[in-house]
Design a protein around this ligand. Structure first.
Ligand code: CTP
Length: 376
C-alpha cells in the first residue's frame, strides 16, 4: 500500500500558510488490511480510518457514484485497484487535488500548482457536480483566499450555475448550509462568500434571507470592516441584518430554518430591534435614555451580548458615515460595568420588599449613570 498527504494540507503548505489538519489517502489497501494494522474505522460505510497513534484521517482511495440526492445520496466504491489519479479526479478543486508522497514529491495530475500560481479556484472534473455542498465550499474558499488574490474560474462558475439551474442547490439541507456559512463568516473576506453564491444564482436558493448581503454595499463594507477588526462571527452575521428594514418574524423564520445557535439569533434580534435606539442614545447620551437602552437590551444580565451590540452599532456608524466616537462607545460599556457592580442584595438588606427592590435598584443605577456622565 502507498500513502499520500492530500487536500488542504498540501495546498496550505504550498501557499505558505499554517496547515490545520493532515488528511491522507491510501492506495492499494483494503478495510481489512487497515484494521489489521490498527487503524480505527470512522463510521460504517465511509472508507476512512484513524491512525492508531496520530489519529489523523486516512481514506482509502475511492471513486464515488451518485445514487440520489444530498449527503445520504452517496455510495462509495473503494478497491485496491483505484489509482491515485482516479481518487484525485473526483475531488472538488484542482488546488485541493495535489498529493505528496512520503519523500515529499508532489503528484499533481490536474495542474493544481498552476492554479495556485494563477490564483484560480477551478473544479477538477465534471465529477464536481456530484456533490452540491461543493458550491458552498467554493464560496467559502473564495472568502478565505480573496485577500491572496484568488477568484473562481469562469468555467467553474458556469458549472455551478448549471448545477443551480438543474435544481442541485435546493437539495442542500439547512444544517449544512449553516455549517458552511458559519465557517465562511470567520474568513478574511466574508462578503465574498455571499457574492460568490449570488454569481452562480445559489444565494437566493440556499440563503434567500441574505440576498442583500451580496448587493448592499453597506453590508459588504460592514462585513469587511468586521473581518479587519477580527470581530466575532455573531457580530458579522448580525451586520447582514443591520441595514435593511427587517421584521422580527422574518428573523425568527431565518433562525428556525437554519437552527441558528442562540448567540447568533439573539444578536440579530437585538440588532434589528435596537440599532437605531442605541445610535440615538449614544448621540444624546442622557442618563434616562441610557438606562432605557440597557434595560431594553437586557444589558445588566447579558453584558457580553450588549458589548457585541455596541460593536455592531459602531460598525454601522462607520459605514453610514455617522461614526460614533470610540470614547462614547467605551463610556457606554464602562458605565454598564459600574452599574453591574450594584446588586439587588443591598436593597434587600436595607429592608425593601418585592417590587420596591427593583425600583430602588433602578434609581441607584440611574444615579450612578448620571454621576458617571457628569464625571467625564
Ligand atoms: N473534498 C472534496 N469534496 C468535498 C469535501 C472534501 O473533494 N465535498 C476533498 C478535497 O480534496 C479536500 C479534502 O477532501 O481538500 C479534505 O476536505 P476538508 O478537510 O473538508 O477540506 P480542506 O480542503 O482540508 O479545507 P479546510 O482547510 O477548510 O479544512
Amino acid at each position: 500500500m502507498k500513502v499520500y498527504l492530500v487536500g488542504g494540507a498540501v495546498r496550505d503548505k504550498l501557499l505558505g500558510i499554517p496547515v490545520k489538519d493532515n488528511d491522507w489517502v491510501v492506495i492499494g489497501s483494503t478495510p481489512d488490511e487497515m484494521i489489521n494494522k490498527g487503524f480505527q474505522p470512522v463510521g460504517q460505510d465511509f472508507p476512512v480510518f484513524l491512525h492508531p497513534k496520530t489519529k489523523e484521517e486516512y481514506a482509502l482511495a475511492r471513486t464515488e457514484r451518485k445514487s440520489g440526492h444530498g449527503y445520504a445520496g452517496f455510495t462509495f466504491h473503494t478497491s485496491p485497484d483505484v489509482t491515485l489519479e482516479e481518487d484525485l479526479i473526483r475531488r472538488d478543486l484542482t488546488i485541493n487535488a495535489i498529493a505528496e508522497n512520503e519523500t515529499g514529491q508532489l503528484v499533481d495530475p490536474y495542474n493544481g500548482q498552476q492554479d495556485l500560481a494563477n490564483k484560480q479556484l477551478r473544479h477538477v472534473s465534471p465529477a464536481f457536480q456530484e456533490d452540491p455542498l461543493r458550491i458552498l465550499r467554493v464560496a467559502r474558499f473564495a472568502a478565505r483566499f480573496h485577500t491572496l488574490g484568488f477568484s473562481v474560474a469562469t468555467e467553474t462558475n458556469q458549472l455551478m450555475k448549471a448545477m443551480v439551474a438543474g435544481g442541485e442547490a435546493a437539495w442542500l439541507v439547512p444544517e449544512r448550509v449553516w455549517q458552511e456559512t458559519a465557517r465562511a463568516l470567520t474568513e478574511s473576506s466574508p462578503s465574498v462568500f455571499f457574492t460568490t453564491l449570488a454569481q452562480c444564482d445559489a444565494l437566493s436558493v440556499v440563503l434567500p434571507e441574505l440576498e442583500s448581503s451580496a448587493d448592499n454595499k453597506l453590508i459588504q463594507q460592514a462585513l469587511e470592516l468586521s473581518a479587519e477588526n477580527q470581530l466575532d462571527p455573531e457580530i458579522r452575521l448580525a451586520l447582514c441584518f443591520a441595514f435593511d428594514d427587517i421584521t422580527t418574524q422574518s428573523v425568527k423564520d431565518f433562525a428556525n430554518r437554519l437552527k441558528l445557535p442562540s448567540l447568533f439569533s439573539e444578536l440579530i434580534n437585538l440588532t434589528v430591534a435596537h440599532t437605531k435606539l442605541a445610535k440615538s442614545t449614544m448621540d444624546s447620551l442622557s442618563g434616562e435614555a441610557l438606562i432605557g437602552l440597557y434595560e431594553k437590551t437586557d444589558a445588566f444580565r447579558r453584558p457580553d451580548r450588549f458589548l457585541q451590540l455596541l460593536k455592531v452599532v459602531g460598525i454601522h456608524g462607520q459605514v453610514t458615515k455617522q461614526p460614533l466616537p470610540k470614547t462614547t462607545i467605551d463610556r457606554v460599556a464602562s458605565i454598564l460595568e459600574h452599574c453591574r457592580k450594584m446588586s439587588a442584595r443591598e436593597f434587600v438588606e436595607q429592608g425593601y420588599k418585592g417590587k420596591e427592590i427593583g425600583e430602588q435598584l433602578r434609581i441607584a443605577r440611574t444615579q450612578q449613570i448620571n454621576v458617571s456622565l457628569s464625571d467625564d
